[in-house]
Design a protein around this ligand. Structure first.
Ligand code: TXA
Ligand code: MG
Length: 323
């Protein structure tokens, strides 16, 4: 495995060729780093599952560079989904749509739908465009972490998570820290009305304002959703330290809260974001820091309100879930 830190036109070309050759590339997006592979290559996709230690049958998001490629992967696209795509792509949003034959079972987990995203990160877009110029059709990319662990928001975090599981020809593209910090909003577009399966930086309020309707936040594991999503498992996004969302820290416990909260006596402050946006941006690195410091317990004061706070609270609830 090699790490590419100078993202020049020629290095992006080479990295795109790595994907075309069926090897894996971890790359930055605005949300978190993804572990990418050619979405039409069965063997390459199998390697993603192996590297992540992810159970089979969990579907992957296909990343494309522009709306022009959407109908290669998805069909019967509802009008509201087109409106969402126009409003929020490129950006931190994934649409679940009915699949075409190109989206094989090894991408969709055998479901009749496929998750599609156009990321806005300059390097991600350049890589996807170059991959398509070299004949590729889409890049499948789950978050570049081991299954159930915290998503990486820096190239170093990817290295810590996956170095032992990547092969010689695989690459990590270093594009600096991710600006959003939590994974994309996933919207189910397979019914007459959209619903949110995973909250993210494209918020319920933003979607409702764009479409002029009210929508459901449906992140439970209810059978009626009939959609499989690894991030919907109750325990996920978890550091090794035990996460508490209530109670107060003792001597040597970690503490995460907005800057306006003072650190309780004896606690180790591991993040003090000034806004909820910054809270999302730093949360996963704070969890990693807790593990690097060998903390056994981390106490968190969750953010309040709507917007991005909903996504942060969703991840916090899952990271604190008793395994
Ligand atoms: O921000 C993101 O979405 C990042 C970056 C790399 O794009 N990717 C990401 O992928 O978070 P992953 O695989 O770690 O999480 C995607 C979630 C999983 O829970 C997966 O099961 C769900 O999306 N998913 C993907 N395709 C789906 C589909 N067709 N139906 C239902 N859920 C799907
Ligand atoms: Mg993930």
């Amino acid at each position: 495995m090699s790490i590419i830190s100078n993202c020049t036109v020629s290095s992006i070309k080479d990295v795109a060729t790595t994907l075309i050759n069926g090897d894996l590339v971890a790359f930055p997006t605005e949300t978190v780093y993804g572990l990418g592979a050619d979405a039409t290559n069965d063997d390459a996709i199998a390697r993603i599952y192996k590297a992540k230690g992810r159970p089979e049958g969990h579907p992957l998001i296909v990343h494309i560079s522009s709306l022009g490629n959407l109908d290669k992967w998805a069909r019967d696209i509802p009008e509201y989904a087109v409106n969402l795509a126009r409003a929020f792509w490129p950006g931190p949003m994934t649409l679940i749509l009915p699949r075409t034959d190109l989206a094989k079972d090894f991408i969709t987990g055998g479901q009749d739908n496929v998750g599609i995203r156009i990321p806005s990160h300059t390097i991600a877009l350049a890589l996807l465009k170059e991959f398509e110029d070299q004949g590729g059709l889409g890049v499948a990319a789950p978050s570049a972490n081991r299954f159930g662990a915290v998503s990486p928001t820096t190239a170093t975090a990817v290295e810590i998570e996956l170095a032992d599981y990547l092969s010689e020809n695989d690459q990590i593209l270093d594009g600096g820290p991710c600006v959003v910090g939590v994974e994309s909003t996933i919207i189910n577009c397979t019914h007459s009305k959209p619903s949110i399966l995973r909250p993210g930086a494209v918020t319920k309020e933003m979607i409702e304002n764009t479409l002029g309707i009210t929508i459901e936040l449906n992140t439970s594991n209810s059978e009626s959703i009939q959609i499989k999503a690894a991030g919907l498992l109750e325990s996920h996004y978890a550091p090794s330290a035990k996460v508490f969302l209530t109670g107060s820290p003792n001597l040597g416990d970690g503490f995460i809260a907005l800057d306006s909260f003072t650190t309780p006596a004896g606690a180790v402050r591991i993040a003090a974001p000034k806004t909820n946006e910054e809270y999302a941006q730093v949360l996963y690195e704070a969890f990693r820091l807790a593990d690097i410091k060998g903390l056994r317990r981390v106490f968190v004061i969750p953010p309040t309100g709507g917007g991005i706070a909903v996504a942060i609270n969703d991840r916090l609830a899952k990271s604190a879930f008793e395994k």
